[in-house]
Design a protein around this ligand. Structure first.
Ligand SMILES: [Zn+2]
Length: 281
């Protein structure tokens, strides 16, 4: 692509990504609560005042208002500017990484990445994965498969994608039902099963393995750190002898790790696989 066009593409993708990030915040708040995503218009969740257009500018408004509602002074979550900024960087990254394959793959990666942002933030806040985002992820997988068939995709191949989808469904459904049978508890949510089935289609079977490895390793490390901190707090609280509420085992959401790992694999999966295979061949 011509250098000028590429610069225009970066600027466009960043600005669009920023605005779309604002919409992702709406989805993150409303989808798990079963609310409509079009009405009512954006309002403060504390005082219900409608948000003026000039207070709804991504990132900038948050900085100007210093993270507080103009009407009631309630604190606005830092999640809002972070999601907007994250989506802005994601979309610019998609242009950088996928523009060599053509516009089709850029668009697919943008939408898949945004859906993964909604999945990871919703799940860490509410323990719910909106089904509509999984549908979008699956549609991105189908689109990526078609791009491969027409020779303008990343070249994972339709066979690898279909095998990835089937393998993810069988493996994660087995873990899900196996855990329920053996322990009577849900080891992972059924949303995780659906998420990884769509991810298998998006990444192919090799990429799926990479994503599962990244998610498991990072979750294990974070769980370790989390349990150390919880242990320390316990020791401190023993002096006050407050009745301890047992933190349930499912209080650790796995989907954000899966979603982030799928995103990383979407970008770096193929270089990682080539590097790994290169160690042996
Ligand atoms: Zn307010």
């Amino acid at each position: 692509m011509d250098r000028v066009y590429l610069i225009i593409a970066y600027v466009m993708a960043s600005l669009l990504g920023l605005c779309f990030g604002s919409f992702l915040n709406v989805l993150i708040y409303r989808l798990p609560r079963g609310m409509s995503i079009v009405s009512p218009p954006s309002h403060c969740i504390c005082c219900n005042h409608r948000i003026r257009w000039y207070d709804n500018i991504p990132v900038l408004s948050y900085l100007v208002l210093r993270g507080r509602c103009r009407d009631c002074g309630a604190r606005i979550s830092l999640r809002y500017p972070l999601v907007e900024l994250g989506n802005c960087l994601l979309w610019a990254g998609c242009v950088a990484w996928f523009s060599g394959y053509g516009i089709g793959m850029v668009v697919v990666a943008c939408f898949a990445g945004s859906a993964l942002i909604v999945v990871s933030v919703s799940d860490s806040e509410t323990m719910l994965i909106p089904d509509s985002m999984l549908v979008i992820l699956a549609l991105c997988g189908i689109a990526a498969l078609l791009l491969d068939v027409f020779g303008v995709g990343v070249g994972i191949g339709w066979q690898s994608r279909l095998i990835g989808m089937a393998a993810a469904l069988v493996f994660f459904a087995a873990v899900y039902f196996g855990c329920r049978l053996v322990t009577g508890k849900e080891g992972l949510g059924f949303g995780d099963v659906k998420l990884m089935t769509a991810a298998g289609l998006l990444l192919g079977w090799q990429g799926l393995i990479v994503a599962v490895l990244i998610a498991s390793l990072s979750a294990a490390v974070c769980m370790g750190i989390f349990s150390v901190f919880r242990g320390r707090r316990r020791l401190r609280e023993e002096h006050t002898q407050e009745d301890e509420k047992e933190i349930p085992a499912k209080a650790f959401p796995f989907a954000p790790f899966l979603a982030v790992a799928v995103g990383i694999t979407l970008f770096f999966g193929q270089p990682l696989i080539s590097w790994y295979l290169g160690l042996f061949l």
